[in-house]
Ligand binder design. Structure first.
Ligand SMILES: [Zn+2]
Length: 470
């Protein structure tokens, strides 16, 4: 091939982006970046397509939950479950640090940009005149210097009206210029790499949340899968029966449960293992709940969670069931089972409440039983109080005072300690947390947001309609 032909072939390849431009290594890098961009955009495209399909096809979501999602639980969930602490919590901390560092870098970059513009303004004729006009207005250019404002004398005049220092003359500035430019270039490269990493992290979070959470919101619920045979509506009498049943169970268990001499409670078994066993037992009836369960993990920031009245949380991006280990002991068994219910694909709150309740009340463990009944008592009692008139409400089974004492989120001592150590107002933290949780649920198609927790009452009515009271 002749020389000219080689050149034209190279030019063609350059236009197509396949030939190294300005050197082999640089070209390779450019090619690699282009490939990464294609992969990046493709993953976004696939995820958005999955969203579109999930919002329009319940059948696809049901297939996904029963066939694909459980693979993630058995592999990814299993691997993360081996780590002894909450990986999700740690990732949130790292993410916050990364975002804060990014904000710092952004501020640095903007400052650099502003300084550069200012300096360019000083060096350019048009901008120089404008700057001189401003300086004259401020009276910083002495009368004798006015009229002969060369670039040089303006510079030192504006530099606090003194002659330039010998070490800061123009030659020195010019000598330092390449060094400064190199530093700017390094910073620019670092910021670019940082932004690229940030974009990949965002994509990773979006992909994990899509696969482990967003699609699940559009699948058939627990009631559609397992309580389809129940009636659609219930009378006040049926609600009253349910309420009296749960109150009686609580009243009986509050007196039977073993207590310390001072009346406090302590659990002597392995609560996490008992919760996993309870869930596996429930899986014998409801097939989607069978199989592998990773270890539930206590949250390191349980104090902070307590101030938001958060009992537990399921992190879809790490597939972990986490619980608050500062809250009152009796809240823990039902919370752990609730979070494990999410992990098995039942992402809606009312369903997870029902699963937590059923797993607890079906075990032999008295702490779990009591925790299960307590977890739904006030939802049912509130609904009944709203539906029945006051006289009728008073004729229902009375709640034992000990049950009221046991149905707390935090003990008085823990509450006082947390309030003492708090940096922010608890009410504000709680309000912000509720708003975020409410918005997140509504974005995923749960129209009543946080109110959906209380829909467990309807599910309980349907459950006892099919199974009957023991
Ligand atoms: Zn939940």
């Amino acid at each position: 091939m002749e020389r000219t032909e080689v050149r034209s072939a190279l030019a063609r390849r350059k236009r197509k982006g396949r030939a190294p431009e300005g050197g082999g290594l640089r070209g390779e890098r450019r090619l690699c970046r282009r490939r990464c961009r294609i992969v990046y955009i493709s993953i976004w495209g696939i995820m958005l397509l999955l969203h579109a399909v999930a919002w329009s096809s319940k059948r696809f979501c049901d297939w996904y939950v029963s066939r694909v999602y459980r693979i993630w639980v058995d592999t990814y969930g299993r691997a993360v479950g081996m780590v002894p602490f909450s990986v999700g919590e740690m990732l949130i901390g790292l993410g916050a640090g990364f975002a804060a560092a990014g904000a710092g870098l952004g501020a640095l970059w903007l400052t650099g940009l502003a300084v550069k513009r200012y300096e360019r303004g000083r060096n350019q004729g048009g901008d120089l005149k404008e700057a001189q006009r401003k300086e004259r207005k401020r009276g910083r250019i002495p009368k004798e210097a006015q009229g002969k404002e060369t670039e040089r004398n303006w510079r030192w005049e504006t530099n606090s009206g003194r002659e330039p220092e010998p070490g800061l003359d123009m030659d020195e500035t010019r000598r330092k210029e390449p060094e400064r430019q190199a530093w700017h270039s390094r910073l620019r490269k670092f910021i670019r790499a940082y932004c690229r990493a940030g974009l990949w992290i965002l994509l990773g979070i979006f992909a994990l949340m899509t696969l482990n959470c967003y699609i699940l919101y559009h699948a058939s619920g627990f009631a559609e899968k397992y309580l389809e045979a129940a009636a659609a509506e219930y009378s006040l009498e049926e609600l009253e029966t349910l309420r009296n049943f749960v109150v009686e169970q609580c009243n009986a268990l509050c007196c039977r449960i073993p207590r310390n001499e001072d009346g406090t409670l302590s659990y002597r078994g392995d609560m996490e293992e008992t919760a996993k066993t309870a869930m596996r037992q429930l899986g014998e009836t409801y097939s989607l709940l069978e199989g592998f369960y990773p270890n539930p993990k206590p949250l390191l920031c349980s104090d902070f969670m307590s101030r938001q009245y958060v009992a537990g949380c399921f992190y879809p991006f790490s597939m972990e069931a986490n619980y608050n280990d500062v809250m009152y002991l009796l809240n823990r068994p039902s919370t752990i089972c609730h979070e494990l219910g999410h992990l098995k694909g039942f992402i809606r709150e009312d369903e997870a409440n029902l699963i937590g309740y059923l797993a607890c009340v079906r075990t032999e463990d008295i702490y779990f039983q009591y925790s299960g009944y307590l977890s739904v008592l006030y939802y049912i009692d509130n609904d009944y109080r709203e539906a029945a008139d006051y006289e009728r409400y008073l004729t229902g089974a009375a709640i034992h005072p000990q049950v009221h004492r046991d149905n707390i989120f935090l003990t008085a001592q823990e509450r006082a300690r947390i309030e003492r150590e708090a940096l922010l107002d608890t009410e504000t933290v709680d309000a912000v947390s509720d708003s975020i949780a409410d918005a997140s649920l509504k974005l995923n198609g749960v129209r009543d947001g946080m109110v959906s927790y209380s829909r467990v009452v309807e599910l309980l009515l349907r459950y006892y309609d099919i199974c009957g009271y023991p």
